[in-house]
Design a protein around this ligand. Structure first.
Ligand code: CA
Length: 226
């Protein structure tokens, strides 16, 4: 699914369960077990959704939420608050801190997953859609096929992940480090030079005769889908 989810939660069993299930669905997952550190990590991680526990050892979920809403760079991150039964009733009602949704523990992953999808559909429709399109390029996630001007293109697994990543964020310039983090999330040993190699292969595959270049090299920055 390619979207990024950050979890701030101090209960290891919940973090483990969430991380396992979210990664299985293809999300890139980051987490922290305390508020201060978690808040600091948000800017770098740049999540598409934040799962935020209410009761944390240092800052409360509400305090973190207020900090996020005050911060220009972070204020648009959709937040799902995780609360224990009994905490939520009166407290959540009075909430004006900008939580988008909340789940009462214990919750089923299935339920949480459908709420995550609902939020992403609003905030980042491309991460959830099965068909991604840009100009004459089309990717079908269910069939795992890519087409250029209706001609099917054969891609290696890495090139497929690369183009899927670019298609979820067209026109946005990504540094090699950002591409690395999103396309090779579990492999820290990949050199940035490797990215150039795969970009070259991807270009070769998708640039059919009489088709324009779709991947732009941005000098000293990185790459973007035009
Ligand atoms: Ca807690």
């Amino acid at each position: 699914m390619n979207a990024k989810i950050f979890i701030i939660e101090d209960e290891p069993s919940i973090v483990k369960l969430l991380k396992y299930n979210l990664e299985k669905e293809g999300f890139i997952v980051g987490f922290s077990d305390n508020g201060n550190e978690g808040f600091k990590s948000l800017k770098n991680f740049d999540p598409d959704i934040l799962l935020l526990d209410w009761m944390l050892p240092d800052l409360s979920g509400i305090e973190i939420c207020k900090l996020i809403k005050k911060n220009e760079k972070l204020s648009k991150i959709p937040i799902i608050m995780l609360t224990a039964r009994g905490e939520e009733e009166d407290k959540i009602k009075g909430l004006d801190s900008g939580v988008d949704d909340y789940m009462t523990k214990p919750f089923s992953f299935k339920e949480l997953f459908s709420r995550i999808k609902a939020l992403l559909r609003r905030s980042k429709p491309n991460t959830i859609s099965n068909i991604l399109e840009f100009e004459d390029l089309k990717l079908d996630r269910l069939e795992k096929r890519v087409y250029r001007k209706k001609t099917e293109i054969t891609l290696g697994p890495t090139e497929y992940r690369l183009i899927e990543f670019f298609l979820t964020n067209p026109k946005r310039v990504f540094t090699r480090d950002q591409i690395l983090e999103n396309v090779w999330p579990n492999n820290i040993n990949v050199e940035t030079r490797t990215i150039d190699v795969h970009i070259r292969r991807l270009r070769k595959s998708i640039n059919l005769p009489n088709c324009k270049e779709l991947i732009r090299t941005v000098r000293s920055s990185g790459y973007s889908l035009i």
